[in-house]
Design a protein around this ligand. Structure first.
Ligand code: NAD
Length: 363
């Protein structure tokens, strides 16, 4: 069976890490008899250099024509790159915002998984980490406080600013369905996070999540207040499987969850909409400081490719094989510079991709 994958190489380390992810995808294709057809899509600085724009309409159309899109990262050094002399809507990051909006990507998924081999990078104590944690934050991406009406004005001689947090039930329902679907592919537990003791929008959130839960009798649902969730993430992250939450709470909690893993080069992410299409990318940026030196860690992008196989292309076996290969390479003591520790063997970007691809082929 053949699958159409859009490839955005992007800027900085983007092209290097995407090449390694493609190497790994090809190894999975050989092992599982799959065919991946790649469409190159320009975005960010790379697109500005060629077209003058961070994202063209043709690029959006090309992405729409794919089953899923895998992206490196975009952007340059914000102090020195000429891209940042352009007006804000012409800069590399504007391309990504436009792509997410044009494709209607309303759900952001960021896993936080602690590899046993990288326990040293985790800032939590050993007795808290236990045998490790594996959770996903599902964040609503296009509603809530960041998109509500806002204004700054003067009232009775004092400056006043107002932001509005609003959600419609259909916006809540579609992300909740996504969250429960993801839970069905994992350990079947959803923790819905809100502030229902104070906010009306949270009380509606809770009601709608309860309604959606009726269609998922196998999934255990719990509700948690956001302040408690922020504490629980550092007190006992092992209790979580899928954390489902609105835009601003998700913004904060997903950063907190990723920081407790301690390794930025290992963290994947996905932006999803209804149906199976998704945009997959590492959580980190384009790291212009290390671009072209063959030292970037490609694993976040390789794991993003694995998520793409699992959640957009329904190729769970191939995704499992990639995840297992990453574990094996770490267990064998191979590390890129960012996760290097005493007694381990250091590999470059390209060699790390080779090792993981080799592991997939050997099975
Ligand atoms: P960054 O994530 O690119 O880098 C932060 C630090 O982490 C740097 O020291 C970098 O070398 C290191 N790092 C990041 N990824 C790594 C990897 N895979 N392996 C090893 N080390 C890694 O963040 P920044 O420096 O704040 O931003 C650089 C550029 O990236 C900016 O233009 C920014 O706008 C852009 N950015 C893009 C995205 C995206 O494409 N989604 C996200 C965040 C930042």
């Amino acid at each position: 069976m053949s699958y159409k994958i859009g490839i955005i190489r992007g800027d900085g380390i983007g092209p290097e890490i995407i090449s390694e992810a493609q190497k790994v995808l090809e190894a999975a294709a050989v092992r599982f008899g799959l065919e991946f057809e790649y469409t190159e899509i320009l975005m960010g600085g790379a697109s500005i250099d060629v077209t003058g724009l961070p994202l063209t309409d043709e690029a959006i159309e090309a992405a729409e024509g794919c089953d899923a899109v895998l992206m490196g990262s975009i952007g340059g050094n914000t102090s020195t790159s000429p891209w940042y002399k352009l007006p804000p809507d012409k800069r590399p990051e504007a391309g990504l915002l436009k792509l997410r909006k044009s494709l209607g990507l309303f759900a952001n998924m960021r896993p936080a998984y602690l590899y046993d081999q990288l326990r040293e990078a985790c800032p939590l104590r050993d007795e808290i980490i236990g045998d490790g944690f594996d959770l996903v934050v599902m964040r609503e991406l296009t509603g809530g406080l960041y998109f509500g009406e806002r204004k700054t004005f003067e009232e009775e001689g004092l400056r006043k600013a107002v932001d509005t947090l609003s959600y419609r039930e259909d916006e809540i329902r579609r992300i909740a369905i996504r969250g429960f679907d993801i839970a069905m592919k994992r350990r079947k537990k959803v923790t819905s996070v809100d502030k229902a003791n104070v906010l009306d929008s949270s009380r509606l959130w809770r009601q709608v999540v309860n309604e959606v839960a009726q269609d998922y009798p196998e999934v255990e649902l719990e509700h948690m207040l956001v302040d408690n969730c922020a504490m629980q993430l550092v007190r006992d992250p092992r209790q979580f499987d899928v954390i489902l939450t609105e835009n601003m709470f998700g913004d904060i909690l997903s950063d907190e969850a990723s920081m407790v893993t301690g390794s930025i080069g290992m963290l994947s992410s996905a932006s999803l909409r209804e149906g199976s299409f998704g945009l997959y990318e590492p959580s980190h940026g384009s790291a212009p400081d290390i671009a072209g030196k063959n030292i970037a860690n490609p694993i976040a992008t390789i794991l993003s490719a694995s998520m793409m196989l699992r959640y957009s292309l329904n190729l769970d076996q191939a995704a499992d094989a990639i995840d297992a290969a990453v574990e094996k390479v770490l267990a064998d003591g191979y590390r890129t510079l960012d996760i290097m520790s005493d007694g381990m063997t250091r590999l470059g970007t390209c060699e790390m991709g080779d090792r993981i691809a080799e592991c997939i082929q050997l099975g």
